[in-house]
Design a protein around this ligand. Structure first.
Ligand SMILES: NC(=O)c1ccc[n+]([C@@H]2O[C@H](COP(=O)([O-])OP(=O)(O)OC[C@H]3O[C@@H](n4cnc5c(N)ncnc54)[C@H](O)[C@@H]3O)[C@@H](O)[C@H]2O)c1
Ligand SMILES: O=P(O)(O)OC[C@H](O)CO
Length: 334
C-alpha cells in the first residue's frame, strides 16, 4: 500500500469489501475495518475474504485492521455495518470531524430510526451522506459497471469533496440532497424483495411478481412521502432501481429468504447458520409497526412481517393480498 489512506471502510462483509475493492481499483490506499480478527489476518495475508466475498482477489491497496482507532486519520469513512449493529459500532469510532457515508439499508428495530438518525446521535460532529442503489457486491468487486445515488446531507459542498473520492471507472455516483429518500428506498426494497421471493417460491408466476413490484413501489412512495422523502428520489437508483434488481434475482439474500419461505420453511429455518444478513428480515417488523402507527397502508410489507413472525403461511399471505377490497390504482375514488 502506498501512502496513508484517505478513505476508510467500516465493515468487511460482502458490501464493505466490494466497496474497498472498487475504491482501490485505481491504486488508492483503502483502510478496511473488519470485526472478525481472523478476517483481518486473512485479507492482509492472502488478499481474500472467503467468508463474505469468496471469489474476489483483493487489490494490493487494501489494508485490513481490527482497530477502529486506526481510522482516525481518514477524511471520509464508508460505514457498511448492518443496520441493527450501526449504533454500537459508531459509538467506538475515533473522534474527529469527517464525512460519514452510510451504506447500510435498513431501519433500526425498537427505535424506528433511519441510519442517518442513528449516526447523527452517535457521531454529532460528522457530516452525513448516504450511498445506495442497485449494487450486488460480487458484481461491484468484479469491476462491472454500477451506478448509485450519493445523497449528501452537506449539499453540493460535500458532494464536491466526496464525488472524486468515491467515483471510479466502474462506479458512478449521482448527486442528491435527499437523505431520507435514499435511506427509505434501500430499507423498503429489502422487505419487498422478500415478498417477490415468496412469489417465486410459491410458483405464482411473473405477472404476480411484476404486480408486487408495482404495488410495492406504491407502498414505498406512500411511506417515503409521509416521512419527507421526495418522489423523484424514490423513482431513482436508490428506490425503483434497487427494487427492480433485488426483486428479480436469486443473487439477492432477501429474495432467496422469501423463496425459502414460499417453499414452506420458517424464518428461523431459512436464516439458520447464515453469516450474511438479509436486512429485510429485521426491517419488516419495524416498518410494519411504523406504517400501522402512522396510518400508512402497506399491505405487502405487513404481510411479509406476519409471514416472518409465523402468524400466517406464505399461501395465506398471498390469498389475503388477493382478497383485499378493489380500489383505484392511484388512490382517490372508487
Ligand atoms: N451485499 C450486498 O450486495 C450489499 C449491497 C448494498 C448494500 N448492502 C448493505 O450493506 C450492509 C452490510 O451488508 P453486507 O452484505 O456487507 O454484510 P454480509 O452479509 O456480507 O456480512 C455480515 C456483516 O455483519 C457484520 N456483523 C455481524 N455481527 C455483527 C455485530 N454484532 N456487530 C457488528 N457487525 C456485525 C459482519 O462483520 C459482516 O460485516 C447491509 O445493510 C446490506 O443491506 C449490501
Ligand atoms: O442481497 P440483498 O438482498 O441484501 O441485496 C443486496 C443489495 O442491496 C442490492 O442492491
Amino acid at each position: 500500500m502506498s501512502g496513508a489512506a484517505v478513505i476508510g471502510v467500516v465493515g468487511a462483509g460482502a458490501w464493505g469489501t466490494a466497496l474497498a475493492q472498487v475504491l482501490a481499483s485505481d491504486g488508492s490506499p483503502v483502510l478496511l475495518w473488519a470485526r472478525e480478527p481472523e478476517l483481518v489476518s486473512e485479507i492482509n495475508a492472502t488478499r481474500r475474504n472467503r467468508l463474505f466475498l469468496p471469489g474476489a482477489e483483493l487489490a494490493p491497496g487494501i489494508a485490513a485492521t481490527g482497530t477502529l482507532a486506526d481510522l482516525a486519520s481518514c477524511a471520509a469513512l464508508l460505514v457498511v455495518v448492518p443496520a441493527q449493529f450501526l449504533a454500537r459500532v459508531l459509538a467506538d469510532l475515533p473522534a474527529g470531524p469527517r464525512d460519514l457515508v452510510l451504506c447500510a439499508k435498513g431501519i433500526e428495530a425498537g427505535s424506528g430510526r433511519l441510519m442517518a438518525e442513528v449516526a447523527a446521535a452517535a457521531v454529532p460532529g460528522a457530516e452525513l451522506a448516504v450511498l445506495s442503489g442497485p449494487t450486488f457486491a460480487h458484481e461491484v468487486a468484479a469491476g462491472l459497471p454500477t451506478a448509485v445515488t450519493l445523497a449528501c446531507g452537506g449539499g453540493e459542498a460535500q458532494w464536491q469533496r466526496l464525488a472524486p473520492l468515491i467515483s471510479r471507472k466502474t462506479l458512478r455516483p449521482y448527486y442528491s440532497d435527499d437523505l431520507i429518500g435514499a435511506e427509505i428506498g434501500g430499507a423498503v426494497k429489502n422487505v419487498l424483495a422478500i415478498a417477490c421471493g415468496v412469489v417465486e417460491g410459491l410458483g405464482l408466476g411473473q405477472n404476480a411478481r411484476a404486480a408486487l413490484i408495482a404495488r410495492g413501489y406504491a407502498e414505498m412512495l406512500r411511506f417515503g412521502l409521509a416521512r419527507g422523502a421526495r418522489a423523484e428520489t424514490l423513482a431513482g437508483l436508490c428506490g425503483l432501481g434497487d427494487l427492480v434488481l433485488t426483486c428479480s434475482s436469486a443473487s439477492s439474500r432477501n429474495f432467496t429468504l422469501g423463496q425459502a419461505l414460499g417453499q414452506g420453511q420458517s424464518a428461523a429455518e431459512a436464516l439458520a447458520g447464515k453469516a450474511s444478513v438479509a436486512e429485510g428480515a429485521s426491517t419488516a417488523p419495524v416498518l410494519a409497526e411504523l406504517a400501522a402507527r402512522d396510518g400508512i397502508a402497506m399491505p405487502i410489507a405487513t404481510a411479509v412481517h406476519r409471514l416472518l413472525a409465523g402468524e400466517l403461511s406464505a399461501a395465506e399471505a398471498a390469498a389475503e393480498l388477493l382478497a383485499r377490497p378493489l380500489r383505484a390504482e392511484q388512490g382517490g375514488s372508487p
